[in-house]
Design a protein around this ligand. Structure first.
Ligand code: UDP
Length: 431
């Protein structure tokens, strides 16, 4: 399961598939999140390394031009598949045929052998990539990002399980892909154990963080900019507001943290940055209602999704970022916060166990009992030495996850796919 790059083999042009969410969307709301950031950051760095990247995504507005130059060497191609607006992610499987047709038609207008490799993201794209790669006689590299079987095993209360059709679709993609990219060793094992992937075809490549954007800064300077008192204890949540991310666990924990302690209550501020997502579109309102019921609505500030350069100030201003998710294939927010020098209190699930170094860069909490999160927050907020030590450890830990390293390792995966896959023979024959 290690990436062993094949020297000298590099695709000239990659077709990247991102059916359900566009790299041009603002992450942190709707269906846009870590995967969007991943696709964009990797594409930019692959292009800098000399690999052209064309990203296919579904058209979601009549305002969108068919082709957008996103960065030098990176093009976004909009494919019409179903109505532009009002189509939920759950309805997309019915549009995969239309999407695939659009991708094949786009390729048919180019010179033969236009793409050397397909990299699909999320199972919906994997279904398209399966056919496209086979049709073009080139390798398919697939990244799952999230897996239905993993998600269903740790659902938030009342959350809707992923349907069997997704699991069937994911299994087909696992079988079809020449190489599978897992975010962590744990995800690689899940691919093998839960989906029957061939271990020899799974590569572990850590996602990253933009270490030029997410930098440690002066907490007081960030607070002046945001209008937050220097003496406040600032607890931050960043991400899509949906049950899976457990923002309710955070609010319940804060209510316990300040319960019966007026001085602490007066010092505590909770910032929740992000927008509604998926079927839980009413989630932000529910969360606001919950804050009122818990008697902490005056402590909580809800902020709509922000572009990453603006997020930096929030990470820098915070004393702690909380990521209490029920499942997380990696957890970019945790790494971004650490890169800004702010330790993390996170659920001990999935990729967060890699994204956070327990006891070194943050605290991992088992389960989702608000008492446990309140205890971890109390420890971090009251023990200044611990917070300073974890803050230093956070910067060091995050420093291991630059996007350039992700892109370099992906090039190794691509090289292996191009030399070791059944499609490789066709590719070589084509010259
Ligand atoms: N994000 C953002 N603005 C926001 C909230 C989130 O740009 O207001 C970005 C955040 O910086 C991170 C991504 O969205 O890069 C979320 O990724 P993560 O892996 O934490 O969660 P996912 O959305 O993939 O479940």
């Amino acid at each position: 399961m290690r990436v062993l790059p094949v020297a000298g083999v590099m695709p000239r042009r990659v077709a990247t598939l991102s059916v359900h969410t566009s790299p041009l969307d603002q992450p942190g709301t709707g269906d846009a999140g870590g995967m969007n950031v991943y696709v964009v950051e990797v594409a930019k760095r692959l292009a800098q390394a000399g690999v052209e990247v064309e990203i296919f995504t579904r058209t979601t507005s009549s305002d969108l031009p068919p082709v957008v130059e996103m960065a030098p060497g990176v093009t976004v191609r909009h494919v019409t598949a179903g109505p532009f607006e009002g189509l939920a992610k759950e309805d997309l499987p019915a549009q995969l045929c239309a999407f695939t047709t659009g991708v094949l038609r786009a390729e048919a207008t180019r010179d033969p052998g236009h793409y050397d490799l397909v990299h699909s993201h999320y199972w919906l794209s994997g279904q398209v990539g399966w056919l496209a790669a086979e049709r073009w006689g080139i390798p398919l590299v697939h990244s799952m990002h999230t897996m239905a079987k993993v998600k269903n095993a740790t659902l938030a209360e009342g959350d809707i399980p992923e349907p069997a059709a997704r699991i069937i679709g994911e299994t087909q993609v696992v079988d079809a892909a020449d190489r599978l990219v897992a975010n962590t060793a744990e995800e690689a094992e899940q691919l093998v154990d839960l989906y029957g992937a061939n271990p020899g075809r799974v590569d572990v490549v850590s996602p990253g963080v933009d270490l030029d954007v997410f930098v440690p800064g002066r907490r007081s300077a960030a607070r002046v900019e945001l209008g937050i008192a220097d003496t406040d204890d600032v607890i931050l949540f960043v991400g899509r507001i949906q049950p899976l991310k457990a923002p309710d666990v955070l609010l319940a924990a804060v209510a316990k943290l300040v319960d019966g302690d007026l001085a602490r209550r007066q010092r505590t501020m909770v910032a929740v940055v992000g927008g509604p997502s998926g079927s839980g579109t009413a989630e932000p309102e529910l969360l606001q209602k919950m804050a009122v019921e818990l008697g902490i609505s005056d402590l909580v500030r809800f902020i709509p999704a922000l572009p990453q350069p603006e997020l930096v100030r929030w990470y820098q201003a915070a004393d702690v970022t909380v990521v209490p998710s029920y499942s997380e294939s990696f957890g970019l927010v945790a790494v971004e916060s650490q890169a800004c020098g702010t330790p993390v209190v996170a659920a001990s699930v999935g990729g967060l166990r890699t994204a956070v170094s327990a006891g070194e860069s943050g605290l991992l909490v088992k389960g989702h009992d608000p008492h446990d999160y309140a205890a971890a927050l109390h420890r971090l907020i009251t023990d200044h030495d611990l917070r300073r030590r974890l803050g230093d450890g956070a910067v060091e830990h995050a420093g291991r996850f630059g996007w350039s390293a992700t892109a370099a390792r992906l090039l190794g995966v691509y090289a292996n796919a191009m030399t070791g896959s059944p499609a490789a023979a066709a590719l070589r024959a084509r010259g």
